[in-house]
Design a protein around this ligand. Structure first.
Ligand SMILES: [Fe+2]
Length: 380
């Protein structure tokens, strides 16, 4: 086996975990905190709650909320200016992948200077970031546990993958109660994003026995709990989706992703599509493309999806993808690329761009841009 690594933050998990926030902030040396969040969490009352928890403990809070889905480079630069001007010493993010990635971008500039595009790719951050505590409000992105940060370069219309050990936060506080205020659509798209993380990391070229455990655990939990969680926000099912999303995050942070995420970043950069909506469209086609390059592992995934341990690898792999398509149809999510894009005019450019994304490097089967185009055409 090649030499491997497994980096994760301190993880505090459970109902009411958010109450430990002030203590966590003090532990990493906070006096004046930059809190990054968004209007959705303000409306749900969570921002006020977090500020109250911190201020009641004598900590100062500077609030930054100029963050939107698919966070932009200029928002990161603006947040970094606020951090420096206000002389903050710790960053806390409360939100989904967008707020957490924006906060990581702010931390990157605060610790290293320059512009965020200077750090695109793997291992280009040379100096440490300020201490960071991330509080996810969705069970999907896994950003609170990973060394990934995805920021849109507006000028180039590219979602940049920034990957560095320095981007693993100090502490992740995961409180499943935050999921109770989310819509059915957001619960579904987040869970399917986490499923894509689990599947891609399981078959990644850099997967290890340490990441395999988490990837397979996440696949099993998501398949078992996605329907009850979406149907009536069943709190036990939501908690298991939180565990799944965290497991998937730990796995892909250390094993990498694949061509599905490379395509999702490329599509999101050009069309501003919500990240989690791409996966039910492309995941089955990417799994079919990869199938023979990792037949044994695709068999394991198939058996997890089917809940049937008796099938052969080949039979389980094929039937597992069919069953996954059936599940996406049952859930009523988009399953065709034509539902997300106006036409096919930019597909070739999107696929060429995807081959330059860092996630593409760890796909189990080498793929040229024309292979990716075939995947997109199959999913059209
Ligand atoms: Fe993702």
């Amino acid at each position: 086996m090649f030499i491997t690594k497994f980096a994760i933050p301190d993880i505090i998990f459970g109902h009411g975990a958010i109450l430990s926030l002030a203590q966590c902030a003090r532990r990493v040396g906070a006096r004046r905190i930059l809190l990054v969040s968004d209007k959705g969490l303000e409306a749900a009352g969570w921002v006020e709650r977090v500020i109250d928890i911190l201020e009641s403990d004598g900590l100062e809070v500077v609030y930054f909320n100029n963050v939107r889905p698919n966070p932009r480079d200029y928002q990161v630069h603006e947040g970094a200016e606020v951090y420096a001007r206000e002389r903050c010493d710790v960053i806390i993010a409360l939100g989904g992948g967008s707020s957490m990635d924006a906060a990581k971008g702010v931390g990157t500039i605060a610790g290293n200077g320059g512009r965020i595009r200077d750090y695109e790719g793997a291992n280009r951050i040379m100096r440490p970031l300020p201490p960071m505590i991330l509080i996810p409000s969705t069970a999907g992105s896994g950003s609170d546990t990973t060394q990934y940060c995805i920021i849109t370069d507006v000028e180039r219309q590219v979602k940049m993958s920034i990957i560095s050990r320095s981007l693993v936060p100090n502490i992740s506080i995961i409180d499943p109660d935050l999921l109770l205020t989310k819509s059915r659509g957001l619960i579904l798209s987040s869970a399917i994003d986490a499923l894509a993380h689990a599947v891609e990391s399981y078959v990644s070229k850099l997967a290890s026995p340490f990441t395999d455990l988490h990837s397979s655990n996440a696949i099993k939990l998501i398949i078992e709990n996605i329907k009850p969680a979406a149907a009536d926000r069943n709190i036990d099912a939501l908690e298991r989706l939180s565990i799944a999303s965290t497991s998937a995050g730990m796995a892909f942070s250390n094993a990498g992703l694949g061509s599905l995420h490379a395509l999702a970043h490329s599509l999101g950069g050009m069309y501003d599509i919500m990240h989690g909506m791409v996966h039910p469209v492309l995941l089955p086609s990417v799994m079919r493309f990869n199938m023979h390059a990792c037949a044994r592992k695709m068999g394991v995934i198939g058996r997890l999806i089917l809940g049937d341990a008796s099938r052969s690898d080949e039979n389980a792999a094929q039937a597992g993808v069919d069953k996954l398509e059936e599940l996406f149809n049952d859930l009523g999510v988009n399953t065709h690329l034509r539902q997300l894009l106006p036409d096919q005019s930019n597909l070739a450019g999107i696929c060429r761009m995807a081959t330059r994304d860092a996630c593409h490097l760890t796909n189990p089967r080498d793929a040229q841009w024309r292979d990716l185009l075939s995947i997109c055409e199959e999913a059209w």
